[in-house]
Design a protein around this ligand. Structure first.
Ligand SMILES: Nc1ncnc2c1ncn2[C@@H]1O[C@H](COP(=O)(O)OP(=O)(O)OP(=O)(O)O)[C@@H](O)[C@H]1O
Ligand SMILES: O=C(O)c1ccc[n+]([C@@H]2O[C@H](COP(=O)([O-])O)[C@@H](O)[C@H]2O)c1
Length: 193
């Protein structure tokens, strides 16, 4: 029997939103993947750590958002790895911990053009399949440099964590943009701030 293929959606999830969930469900049910794991990144090497919700809170919100879906799970392995969080290092650690799995990297279209600047990008691009969910407003580069990358045909989702944070900042509703349980936690956080 071939190894179960697991999709890894890395992200800051600051906070998790329905775009992440629709994308993860798409990959988990419309591709050859058995499961999708949302890998919560404490510190993206390309982002300022100061704008982030605490990492344990981002993880808790992802866990709440995924509750009850057996094909999606939250993964906290990067909490125990050196920072900033380099995807190749995490992939190595996951392969060591789960030798029975075949991992596939998942990402939105906005991340593709930066891939050549990622740590050990040549090894990363050579070693894993990459499935991309298209994202509005982001053009894909020439894909000849990414022979193991596939772009999915899927409905575009014009929603981002930036929009959720901005909505919270100006007191606008985030209902339906995040799961109800996530909205409740963020609302009580606002109220006590
Ligand atoms: N609406 C979307 N369409 C396609 N991909 C998405 C979408 N939202 C998030 N992603 C992808 O999910 C992964 C994690 O994203 P991330 O946690 O950075 O969310 P974000 O909405 O892009 O956040 P921010 O607005 O803070 O940059 C990335 O690969 C990103 O490209
Ligand atoms: O490995 C790298 O060099 C690298 C460079 C930039 C981004 N990443 C990862 O890409 C993921 C998406 O990041 P984000 O913050 O846009 O959700 C996150 O897990 C980052 O750690 C990884």
């Amino acid at each position: 029997m071939s190894a179960p293929r697991i999709g890894l959606l890395f992200g800051s999830f600051n906070p998790v939103h329905v775009g992440h969930l629709i994308l993860a469900e798409h990959f988990a049910t419309r591709t050859d993947l058995a499961e999708v794991w949302l890998v919560v990144t404490p510190h993206n090497p390309f982002k300022e750590a100061k704008d982030l919700l605490p990492d344990t809170e981002r993880l808790r919100l992802v866990e709440l958002a995924l509750a009850g879906n057996p094909r999606l799970r939250a993964e906290a392995i990067e909490f125990d790895l050196p920072r900033p969080s380099y995807t190749i290092a995490t992939l190595d650690a996951l392969r060591e911990r789960y030798p029975e799995h075949d991992f596939v990297l998942l990402m939105g279209g906005d991340n593709v053009s930066g891939l050549p600047r990622w740590q050990e990008s040549a090894r990363l691009l050579a070693e894993v399949d990459i499935y991309v969910y298209p994202r509005p407003g982001t053009a894909l580069p020439d894909l000849a440099a990414f022979p193991r990358l596939k772009v999915m045909a899927a409905p575009l989702l014009d929603i981002s964590a930036t929009y959720i944070r901005e909505s919270l900042r100006v007191g606008k509703s985030i209902r339906y943009l995040v799961p109800d349980a996530v909205e409740a936690v963020l609302a009580s956080r606002q109220a006590s701030a």
